[in-house]
Design a protein around this ligand. Structure first.
Ligand code: G3H
Ligand code: 13P
Ligand code: ZN
Length: 323
């Protein structure tokens, strides 16, 4: 058993309390490799933001769970030795079984998500409660989910969304003992979140549902998945240099800023990082066709990702200077 406390990690309890009181959201960035982790850690240290490092089941399979753990441990050494350390949680994103959650907790994760949102309600409650019972014995925090987000990624795939029913939230939170709750208010995973005609604005998020949830479970930390903004500057760069991402649309930063001021304490961002990295690598290859040193294209991609993270923490989530 590796205790996350021994690695210098934090669970999300205190982070969310401060975010709720301070009217901001803690960023949760996914990583699969060294360069993404470097960008997240240096970006959050420079902007003095708390951060949740997210690892999906797919990331674990891709990068090797042992290596990922040591990468995170290495990142914590850098954080611990920095002039101004920041709180860091290591979180399982979209855990799909009790066994996976247990395995992560035993290998140093400080927080896990059990995503039972695809199951019938009572099954979701039972599975989530079982994970909470184990996790809380080790002071690991648990995120549950109610409502379904649309979108297709490696390990997360739903053809259609359905919004969270606010009538369920109080019962779910009480019955399961979860520490935070992901809800569905119109976001979705991936780079194609809304079908809009060129020049048209995407539809607003369902803040009415969020407000009703807040009314029923006041002060309870809410999580927003599928919160990438799919910034046109990077989509255009990808398309300019040979990519084909037509019609990619995300959640506007204004909507996220508004959400971050509410009970939304955690905002999940993965696709925006993927787009930045892809855009910079495509541009670098197009401009330097003779380049074959990975450091020469992964390095600039990493630097641009760091800049994006600093800007998001400062201007969108409001988490900069809160650590
Ligand atoms: O919500 C899902 C995350 O973006 C992780 O995606 O399963 O492809 O690693 P992944
Ligand atoms: P995006 O695809 O919008 O980045 O969402 C990421 C996410 O929700 C990870 O759990
Ligand atoms: Zn998600």
């Amino acid at each position: 058993m590796i205790r996350y406390q021994d690695l210098g990690l934090s669970n999300t309890r205190e982070m969310f309390k401060k975010a709720m009181d301070g009217g901001y959201a803690v960023p949760a960035y996914n990583f699969n490799n060294l360069e993404q982790l470097q960008a997240i850690i240096t970006g959050c240290l420079e902007s003095r933001s708390p951060v949740i490092l997210q690892i999906s089941k797919g990331a674990r399979a891709y990068a090797n769970q042992t290596l990922l753990r040591y990468l995170a441990e290495g990142a914590m050494k850098i954080v611990g030795e920095s002039e101004h350390p920041i709180p860091v949680a290591l979180h399982l994103d979209h855990g799909d079984s009790y066994e996976l959650c247990v395995s992560c907790i035993e290998t140093g994760f400080s927080s896990v998500m059990i995503d039972g949102s695809g199951f019938p309600y009572e099954e979701n409650v039972a599975l989530t409660r079982k994970v909470v019972e184990y996790a809380h014995k080790h002071d690991v925090t648990v995120e549950g989910e109610l409502g379904v987000l649309a979108g297709i990624e490696d390990e997360v795939s739903h053809a259609a969304s359905h919004y969270t029913d606010p009538e369920d939230v109080q019962h779910f939170v009480e019955e399961t003992g979860v520490d935070s709750l992901a809800i569905s208010i119109g976001t979705s995973h991936g780079a194609y979140k809304f079908k809009v005609k060129p020049g048209e604005a995407p539809p607003p998020l369902r803040f009415d549902i969020l407000e009703e949830v807040e009314r029923r479970i006041p002060g309870f930390p809410i999580v927003l998945h599928g919160a990438s903004s799919v910034l046109p500057v990077y989509v255009d760069m990808i398309n300019q240099y040979g990519g084909k991402l037509e019609g990619a649309v995300g959640v506007s930063e204004d909507q996220l800023r508004r959400a971050a001021k509410s009970a939304v304490c955690k905002i999940n961002i993965d696709s925006d990082g993927r787009l930045v990295v892809t855009a910079v690598i495509r541009k670098t290859f197009a401009e330097n066709p003779k380049e074959f040193d990975p450091r020469k294209y992964l390095g600039p991609a990493r630097d641009e990702l760091k800049n994006l993270i600093i800007r998001k923490n400062r201007d969108v989530l409001g988490s900069a200077d809160r650590a």
